[in-house]
Design a protein around this ligand. Sequence first.
Ligand code: OAD
Length: 249
Amino acid sequence: MSGPVVPQHARELAQAARRVLVLSGAGMSAESGVPTFRDAQTGLWHRYDPAELATPQAWARDPGLVWAWYEWRRSLVAACQPNAGHRALAEWARIAEMSVVTQNVDDLHERAGSAVVVHLHGSLFAHRCDSCGAPVELPVPDQAEISGRLAPPVCVHCTGRIRPGVVWFGEALPAGALDEAMTQIEASDLVMVVGTSGMVHPAAALPGLAVSAGVPVVEINPNPTGLPADVHWPVTAAVGLPALVDQLG
Ligand code: OAD
């Protein structure tokens, strides 16, 4: 089977790069079966808008609904596997210095073998108490058992509620996450922007920061986004990344 044609400029930049920074978004995990944020939701959650569930206001108003939605997503992600794009990045790390900064709250980069330096929007697998902040590990729930609402567990230290370890709209990013991402970008000689719509700030400003710092940017996304890049390659992550890494040999 023949793969896609890798744009020549993307190939040259990738071949020359010693330090690569990958900025990934939900499209990175789409071919693993994780719906992107701006896809319509299906099944149990088709009536809800993710942008309305992912807020401190929704948590205050209806914690059982918000907790059930995140537990449902956690069990969905746990049942998914890294795709060929995640695996290609892990392979690339064997020949170049590679840092992954992701907006994704899944753990698919890690499971493919990549070290993620920053989860800009937190993680589905890092719960904490919403009162005292104590971290909590919980077994992955059975998706079939999640219907409607689920009461969030109570903190054993302070009786606060356990909340998802993600960043909600209106909340600050994890301490130091943005600075670390910016430092990594400025120290790299290629930024790969993969599967992000560029609609959520401050993450959406990072490709522009790379351009201002003189670092070349290659974007992989089947749809146009308006993000600045030297090469816009309209291809999916699981098709484009393996084809690119294949040329690095
Ligand atoms: P979005 O859902 O906004 O955008 C997904 C992007 O992936 C779109 O530009 C698609 O064209 C692209 N895409 C779809 N399938 C793809 C594939 N197979 N390969 C490559 N690209 C593909 O997701 P994000 O940009 O990650 O924040 O969204 C940013 C943030 O908004 C999320 O982290 C989340 C959300 O609200 C918080 O929860 C704080």
